[in-house]
Write a protein that binds this ligand. Structure first.
Ligand SMILES: Cc1cc2nc3c(=O)[nH]c(=O)nc-3n(C[C@H](O)[C@H](O)[C@H](O)COP(=O)(O)O)c2cc1C
Length: 195
């Protein structure tokens, strides 16, 4: 038998691991898969975890505002994200609602703390996912092998967006030889579901 108390312990432990993963690239939760809807067709991509709020549960990431994913999330802000820890056989599937911050106080605060090396991505001359005739690095030529100056990096600010994913419900699954553990957390209520 597994008690609801035990489920809460499992859940809180996963939130702690998500928190650790923000700055720990060895933690498997450092990246996750984000799905959005493109004209009724789901699209997936890998994203780096940049932040988490535990209560209420929120996930944060950075993206180029010109990218298709952001356009899709503007049309339909419902999305799903997936974290997987191979060693512990733990899967977190989260249904979320996205809010996009661009050229506002929130994005400005995050941009201020963004290292120059990361700011460079937002100085890309082509918008992400644009068809190009020949391969070329989509980075400012002057800064291919070095970080931009702080002053020059500011041209990237308009393209930078910070995305908040408000978690609506969490589907937690851990595989075990003697019976998988699976439960849903919705509005702080825990329910067992079959695996
Ligand atoms: C390891 C890894 C991490 C990535 N992290 C991000 C990220 O944090 N934000 C982002 O917008 N794209 C990130 N990408 C790129 C996306 O996966 C995707 O290829 C790109 O943004 C285009 O997506 P879209 O056309 O669906 O908008 C990452 C890709 C990889 C391989």
């Amino acid at each position: 038998m597994i008690s609801f108390q035990k489920l809460k312990i499992i859940y809180n432990n996963e939130l702690d691991l998500l928190k650790d993963a923000i700055n720990n690239s060895k933690n498997p939760y450092h990246t996750f898969t984000l799905s959005s809807i493109n004209n009724n067709i789901p699209e997936l991509r890998t994203i780096v975890l940049r932040g988490i709020d535990k209560d209420p549960f929120k996930i944060f990431f950075n993206s180029d505002v010109r990218s298709p994913k952001i356009k899709q999330l503007k049309i339909n802000n419902h999305c799903s994200i997936l974290f997987y820890d191979l060693k512990r056989k733990m899967q977190l599937r989260l249904q979320c609602k996205a809010s996009i911050f661009n050229k506002d106080d929130i994005s400005e605060e995050i941009w201020y703390k963004t290292p120059l090396q990361s700011r460079k991505c937002y100085m890309a001359p082509y918008p992400p996912s644009k068809k190009i005739e020949n391969w070329e690095p989509n980075l400012p030529k002057k800064y291919l092998k070095k970080d931009p100056t702080r002053k020059d990096s500011e041209v990237g600010y308009k393209n930078f967006s910070y995305i908040q994913l408000e978690v609506i419900n969490s589907d937690i699954l851990q595989l075990h030889h003697d019976g998988h553990i699976r439960f849903i957390v919705h509005k702080k209520t825990f329910s067992f579901i079959s695996s």
